[in-house]
Design a protein around this ligand. Structure first.
Ligand SMILES: [Zn+2]
Length: 380
């Protein structure tokens, strides 16, 4: 048995309270490949948490058989700060109550100062360069400002993940098909991940501008390679992905067991667990660039009445929904139509049917980039 459960205390923010993170660690520390998986960074997104619960059970059994061949870290509750954010009966785990910041945005930028740190230490050997850059990234992580429970949470999660070969952040959407975000650099190499979890869409992006958790481990390499040029190869050695396990209400053992088994087989394929994962399932996802994923917004407030559901395949010009003005004097003139501009499956819709002007009401997996007046590739 190699398993160690690490308990990491966060700073107390008020007298008599204290939160902690638990990391389930498997394999020999320093073994390769190394995978880091965490669930529910948006604390009110529970499907990944239940999948992690089942994955831990599968890993415990594999560990008892002596089958762990790499290093695996699973953090089933990545955000104990958000997990406590309930107002009356409403769970609000997406934004930090203290700062207002989205828990999966504005992560510390590990690329800051990286080129200066490795200057004069890089050569022609990519493997040697990777080791040099990893060490520099480790030093940067240690320097992250970490006073206060959320700041400390961020540093501690980065400490666990920064040198991994695979970083998977398990989320979910509002009402959605299972989908996967990953980088162009790792496509189609990440096909096994998408196929094993049964993704219906794969969205590719190198830098969304959001500074999300997964991007914060890929971008330092991406930016450094651009800065130092091709004479000094620093290929990103980390497959990063956010996996969206459907919608917030899709929390069932049947689904979570299926998801955990998919993740387990993916880790087997990648050489972290012994055993035969069997043939790779067929990939049924539509693959597109993130900027070709249309975000449909409503120009007016009201009640949204959907005409289409997640999974429906639409064409440009189709009516996705109508916005109803419940205050209209004449109910026959109370509706405006929302049409999409893309062809493809509807990826997500919203559970809350009262909408404000500017709200995202649907995402469609399109084929080409559309004008993006907000400049945001991810809705906040
Ligand atoms: Zn999320």
């Amino acid at each position: 048995m190699s398993k160690v459960v690490q308990r990491i205390e966060l700073d107390s923010m008020s007298p008599g309270t204290e939160r902690f993170v638990k990391a389930h660690r498997y394999g020999k520390p320093g073994a390769r490949p190394k995978a880091y998986l965490q669930a529910s960074l948006h604390a009110d997104e529970i499907p990944g948490m239940l999948a992690a619960h089942h994955l831990i059970s599968l890993l415990d059994d594999a560990d008892a058989r002596g089958d762990i061949t790499g290093e695996i870290i699973v953090v089933p509750v990545a955000n104990p700060v958000g997990a406590g954010q309930v107002i009356n009966t409403t769970f609000a785990g997406r934004y930090d109550f203290r700062s207002g910041v989205n828990f999966n945005r504005r992560w510390p930028d590990l690329s800051q100062g990286l080129a200066a740190k490795v200057k004069g230490k890089l050569g022609k050997d990519a493997e040697a360069n990777i080791a040099t850059v990893r060490q520099a990234l480790g030093e940067t992580v240690e320097q992250i400002y970490a006073v206060g429970e959320n700041a400390k949470l961020r540093r501690e999660l980065m400490r666990l993940a920064h040198d991994a070969d695979i970083v998977l952040d398990l989320h979910c959407d509002d009402i959605a098909l299972l989908h996967v975000y990953t980088t162009n650099a790792f496509w189609p190499r990440a096909r096994d991940l998408a196929a094993e979890v049964g993704a219906r869409a794969v969205l590719l992006c190198d830098d969304s501008g959001a500074a999300s958790f997964d991007e914060s481990f890929f971008l330092p390499w991406y930016r450094l390679q651009k800065e130092v040029g091709p004479d000094y190869p620093v290929p990103a050695p980390v497959l990063t992905s956010t996996v969206e396990f459907r919608g917030q209400a899709d929390v069932y053992d049947e689904l979570a067991i299926q998801d955990a088994r998919g993740l387990f087989r993916f880790l087997q394929r990648r050489g972290l667990i012994a055993g035969d994962p069997g043939p790779l399932p067929e990939l049924t996802a539509k693959v597109t660039n993130l900027d070709a994923c249309e975000i449909v917004r409503t120009p007016k407030a009201g009640i949204i009445a959907y005409r289409k559901r997640e999974g429906d395949v639409v064409k440009a010009g189709d009516v996705i929904a109508e916005i109803v003005d419940p205050l209209a004097d004449d109910p026959k003139k109370a509706r405006i139509e929302l049409r999409c501009q893309s062809d493809g499956p509807i990826l997500s819709t919203r559970a809350m049917k009262a909408v404000a002007a500017g709200d995202t009401v649907a995402m469609i997996v399109g084929d080409k980039a559309l004008p993006n007046p907000t400049g945001l590739m991810l809705s906040d």
